[in-house]
Ligand binder design. Structure first.
Ligand SMILES: Cc1ncc(COP(=O)(O)O)c(C=O)c1O
Length: 395
């Protein structure tokens, strides 16, 4: 056992064997570490008293964009107001127009489908693999029609979507790929950064995301200069950043805040450590749960390639009783998507009929997944206790 202090401060990149305790373990824990509170105060003061008095899309935002582009190995990064805004910008940039179809995973976050409807297009729901819970490339391809303009694979929980397979058929069929890496900043697949596989990609900085911050924000990534330039204009009401009040197209307000840009810049060099700590917690859970497969607990896939570390979700048919058992021992857990997107009343009109309406992988993922605590405020002993209580359930 190494420490009882918050790992967010020291960010140890392993989880040491810890003594069993009876402490409670909240599921979500977004408390800013003390050092980050101080940083926020300093950046706020610096931006507020800067003679330049530029609070939106200033030099800090531009530097954050450049540095993130370097780190991801991509030509351009454009900061915007949220992951949801980034999806809208990306869909618009790749040319999705009213009447088009866009293939999205049936198991995932609501903005995946809502943003498609928001740009006037029709979401087409593809099934997911029941084990990895990410888009099934074969099922997704089977839903392509002559109206399909784009596909939006999303990295989910701890697993990146099968980007090589999706890129292969999308390229062959001339379909644009919007890679939703909202939750996967820092992950790589085959040596290539998440968010850089598609024609265009995105990361969200929503507080609970791997490089989350105390506010709303996101970035769009692309190697295609035309797409990046278009996103840059669209995020600022269609203006080109040179001439004000000249609107090249109908855009929106999805701009980035200088205080948050300064805050993210100051923490950028710590991003790898933050992600490594999450990876260490996930690896520790995996090692503790490996023996439970025969008892009906499916842990996420292991290994670094294609792994992101946003949400650690196990799967079991006893999901609800496991959640109750954890709660009885003071341990929080969460079911993210209990109802598949096409069965939500918001999207039921687009669920599809007959064979298209069958998505067995999605139904299994919705019925079986349970997320365990995974955040930077967890101590080693809280991780160990969570693992102990899960193991005790299957004894
Ligand atoms: C896969 C995915 N895409 C997009 C979003 C939207 O991001 P934001 O909350 O920054 O708008 C989320 C949010 O949870 C998400 O999980």
């Amino acid at each position: 056992m190494t420490t009882e202090t918050s790992p967010a401060q020291a960010a140890p990149t392993r989880v040491a064997a810890a003594t069993a305790t009876t402490e409670t373990v909240p599921y979500a824990h977004t408390r800013l570490p003390d050092a980050d509170r101080e940083l926020l105060r300093e950046v706020l003061y610096e931006v507020g008293t800067d003679p330049e008095q530029k609070f939106i899309l200033g030099r800090r935002t531009a530097e954050l964009e450049r540095r993130l582009a370097d780190r991801a190995g991509v030509r351009d990064v454009v900061a915007c107001a949220s992951g949801t805004g980034a999806l809208v910008l990306a869909l618009r940039a790749v040319g999705v127009v009213p009447g088009d179809e866009v293939i999205v995973p049936a198991f995932g976050a609501e903005p995946l489908a809502a943003t498609v409807l928001g740009v006037g297009a029709v979401p087409v729901f593809a099934d997911v693999d029941p084990v990895t819970m990410v888009m099934d490339p074969v099922d997704a391809e089977s839903r392509v029609t002559e109206r399909t303009r784009a596909v939006v694979p999303a990295h989910t929980f701890t697993t990146m979507a099968d980007m090589p397979a999706i890129m292969a058929w999308a390229r062959r069929r001339g379909i644009a790929v919007v890679e939703d890496a909202a939750v996967a900043q820092g992950a790589t697949l085959g040596g290539r950064a998440a968010g850089t596989w598609g024609d265009i990609g995105l990361y969200s900085f929503f507080p609970v995301k791997p490089f989350g911050m105390p506010g709303e924000g996101a970035v769009v990534l692309s190697d295609n200069p035309e797409l990046a330039t278009l996103v840059r204009r669209l995020r600022n009401h269609g203006q080109d950043g040179v001439q004000r009040f000249v609107h090249h197209e109908v855009g929106l307000n999805s701009r980035f805040d200088e205080v948050l840009a300064g805050y993210q810049l100051a923490r950028l060099d710590r991003a790898e450590d933050m992600i490594a700590r999450r990876a260490a917690i996930a690896a520790h859970y995996n090692s503790r749960f490996a023996a439970l497969r025969g008892s009906g607990l499916l842990a996420p896939t292991t290994g670094a390639d294609g792994q992101c570390h946003y949400v650690y979700a196990v799967q079991t048919i006893c999901r609800d009783s496991l959640a109750a058992h954890l709660a009885a021992h003071g341990i929080g857990s969460r079911v993210y998507y209990p109802v598949p997107l096409p069965r939500l009343s918001a999207f039921a009109a687009y669920a599809g009929e007959g064979a298209d309406g069958r998505r067995p992988g999605t139904e299994l993922a919705s019925a079986r997944h349970l997320a365990l605590p995974l955040n930077l405020n967890l101590t080693d002993s809280q991780v160990e206790r969570t693992a102990d209580v899960v193991c005790a359930f299957f004894d």
